[in-house]
Write a protein that binds this ligand. Structure first.
Ligand SMILES: Nc1ncnc2c1ncn2[C@@H]1O[C@H](COP(=O)(O)OP(=O)(O)O)[C@@H](O)[C@H]1O
Ligand SMILES: CC(=O)OP(=O)(O)O
Ligand SMILES: [Mg+2]
Length: 402
């Protein structure tokens, strides 16, 4: 077994790779960075070494392989290269683990083949995750490559929450059910919320709202996921940057039969050209808030539609849980967009949900409570840290195996 104490975490997205090199002895970041716009002419790599100034590289990264090679060079330049004996494992975010992968898993050829088999149900994500694993494996074939799945935390959902009400035999044959995603974040944030409140996660009921590019809500009862908004694929649920979230499946039939769109065109429409982008031409919440403050009607509608869907899930999960102790906002929008938090919780005092405008306006990278003392439900902003969670799970597996 490796005696290393560091884990490199790769979170490969469709056009980006986020990475962190973490020292597991104290959880500190030795380096962190992001490669974005992979495959486009104006690619960008931002690398931040521990303690040092961040370095930016503007160049074209034709594919994920090229991006990861540049990441390896940046790490080597800091003296913490991929060849370091202190590296214990490489942890990979893998979005869809299907029915089989409900725990962190050491990747071999057979596991990789199963992750590839799941590409049709995570077309935006699993292909990039696979590339990340393949490139990392080529660079360090001797190191354990460990996959940590977005779906894993949701495997505890009761069957009545996971099932769609469609013919059971058909559903079972094709493994059609709700899997849920962003599980690593929901798990981390629900625990961090308990820590913020000084409570035992086992006795806390939390609604977690992960609002990033993809967005999902979950109901977590005593540390266990009991429902989540994403489904067979990361398309169901909340309004997202470019994804529609919930639509009547009849919309698909109609667009095909009457609108003449092919299934692939509808897939592209709902996954890449809908959500905030489809409603107003922008998928960045900052831009949408700026435009709507200037009175732009399309941006205002996009904001209102986004918030309305969010409120429906908050109400729904309130009923699912029966008793809610905390609501936690996380990810890019949840952590930064105070107007979204305010609008999503406005007028819910009857449910014991209140937000203090001054606390809500505070900008900080720390977990913090934004509800007043009298609010029965604690509303909080709890920054997610999927990379740390992935590193911890990967490191624990390496040690358990050793
Ligand atoms: N200061 C901010 N105010 C409002 N929204 C923000 C802010 N910073 C980031 N965001 C939003 O966060 C989103 C990205 O969230 P993030 O969690 O980083 O996404 P992902 O990890 O899914 O790529 C973007 O759509 C952006 O609009
Ligand atoms: C599953 C998912 O939607 O992930 P992301 O938010 O990274 O797109
Ligand atoms: Mg994210």
């Amino acid at each position: 077994m490796s005696t290393g104490t560091r884990v490199l975490v790769l979170n490969a997205g469709s056009s980006s790779v986020k990475y962190q090199l973490i020292e597991m002895l104290d959880g500190s970041r030795l380096a962190a960075g992001l490669v974005e716009r992979i495959g486009e002419p104006n690619g960008r790599l931002v690398h931040t070494p521990r303690g040092g100034p961040r370095r930016e590289t503007l160049q074209t990264f034709p594919d994920h392989g090229a991006a990861l090679k540049s990441v390896a060079e940046e790490l080597a330049a800091d003296g913490v290269g991929l060849d370091s004996p202190e590296l214990a494992a490489i942890g990979h975010r893998v979005v869809h683990g299907g029915l089989r992968f409900t725990a962190p898993t050491l990747v071999d050829d057979e596991v990789l083949a199963e992750i590839r088999r799941l590409v049709p149900v995570a077309p935006l994500h699993n292909p990039a995750n696979i590339t990340g694993i393949e490139v990392a494996r080529a660079l360090r074939p001797d190191l354990p490559q460990i996959a940590v799945f977005d779906t894993a935390f949701h495997a505890t959902m009761p069957e009545y929450a996971a099932r769609y009400a469609i013919d059971r035999a058909v559903a079972d044959e094709h493994r059609v059910r709700r899997y849920g995603f962003h599980g690593t974040s929901h798990q981390y944030v629900s625990r961090a919320t308990a820590a913020l409140l000084g409570r035992d996660p086992a006795e806390l009921n939390v609604i977690v709202l992960h609002l990033g590019n993809g967005a999902s809500a979950s109901a977590v009862a005593g540390g266990v996921c009991v429902d989540t908004s994403m489904g067979l694929t990361p398309l169901e649920g909340l309004v997202m940057g470019t994804r529609s979230g919930d639509v009547d499946p009849g919309v698909v039939f109609h667009l095909h039969r009457v609108g003449g769109l092919t299934i692939d065109q509808i897939d592209d429409l709902l996954n890449r050209r809908s959500g905030l982008l489809g409603l107003c031409g922008d998928n960045d919440m900052r831009e949408i808030m700026r435009r709507s403050e200037e009175g732009d009607a399309a941006a205002r509608l996009a904001f209102d539609t986004y918030v309305h869907r969010l409120r429906k899930y908050i109400g729904g999960y309130y009923a699912v849980l029966g008793r809610v102790d905390a609501i936690a906002f996380t990810a890019g929008v949840g952590e930064n967009a105070a107007p979204v938090r305010a609008a999503a919780t406005a007028g819910l005092d009857q449910l014991g949900i209140s937000v203090d405008p001054e606390l809500n306006a505070v900008r900080s990278g720390e977990a913090r409570v934004i509800s007043p003392e009298y609010s029965r439900v604690t509303v909080a902003v709890v920054p997610t840290d999927e990379e740390l969670e992935i590193a911890q799970q990967a490191f624990a597996l390496v040690h358990a195996a050793g």
